[in-house]
Design a binder for this molecule. Structure first.
Ligand SMILES: O=C(CO)[C@@H](O)[C@H](O)COP(=O)(O)O
Length: 231
């Protein structure tokens, strides 16, 4: 069942390691088959170098295991909350990549201070608020997803496919697992550049005109970015 999706999710998980976003068994990637309402996700606690596509666990949107001998990622409820709330997404990634996690631990949004950021994330990358005692002591992973969804009440998740969970780490998403990983890689670079830039100049400014210009070059009605069109 879902062999093609399991293969895509498996290779997307391996890409986290290849891109240096995770060590040991940290992080996880999932993908969804919207027609079937089924999700393939990395198994919990398994070394990436021992993992196979067949190890990917298939669950439904309520988290019931439909196929798989292993336990699904401990973050599965968070992934599922995002799939339920954001109907346009096809893949979700969670990592503890260094710079994005540092901004999560600092509890600050990553400000949009550069065109690389604007290309991929449009606005500031939001950090969630503190979780309450009830949320932490309750179904923590599900509540983590709910906190993310509430933080996006007035943010377009398609335009800004990333969030920092305060004191925990980043989640990204995309049209499929590979796109979600791509956004996780760029997020880590943007987090690193923002940290360095603000260290160099705490009083730096961003030209607001560049935000729409760069975002629309890549995503707007006239988007040609990467399609080989000439100026
Ligand atoms: O956020 C965490 C731990 O804080 C998790 O992402 C682990 O880093 C990976 O958990 P599994 O996917 O292996 O259950």
């Amino acid at each position: 069942m879902l062999q093609e999706l399991k293969e895509k999710v498996f290779h997307a998980n391996l890409e986290l390691v290849k891109q240096g976003l995770v060590i040991y068994t940290w992080g996880n990637v999932s993908g969804i088959d919207r027609e079937k309402g089924l999700i393939a996700i990395k198994p919990s606690g398994l070394d990436y170098d021992k993992m196979t596509a067949d190890d990917m666990v298939v669950v439904d949107l309520e988290g019931n295991i439909v196929e798989g001998k292993l336990r699904p990622s401990s973050d599965t409820p968070t992934h599922l909350a995002l799939y339920r709330a954001f109907p346009a997404i096809g893949g979700v990634v969670h990592t503890h990549s260094t710079y994005a996690t540092a901004w999560s631990q600092a509890g600050l949004d990553i400000p949009n201070i550069g065109t690389t950021h604007a290309d991929y994330f449009h606005k500031d990358i939001p950090c969630t608020a503190d979780m309450t005692a009830e949320e932490v002591r309750g179904d923590y992973e599900l509540e983590t997803g709910n906190v993310i969804v509430r933080r996006f009440a007035d943010i377009d998740p398609t335009a800004t496919p990333a969030v920092l969970v305060k004191n925990h780490g980043p989640f990204t998403w995309g049209k499929d697992p590979a796109d979600a990983v791509h956004n996780a890689v760029v997020l880590e670079q943007v987090a690193k550049m923002a940290f360095i830039a603000r260290t160099i100049n705490p009083a730096l400014t961003m030209n607001p005109l560049l935000i729409e210009k760069h975002y629309n070059r890549k995503h707007g009605p006239g988007a040609y970015y990467g399609q080989g069109k000439q100026d």
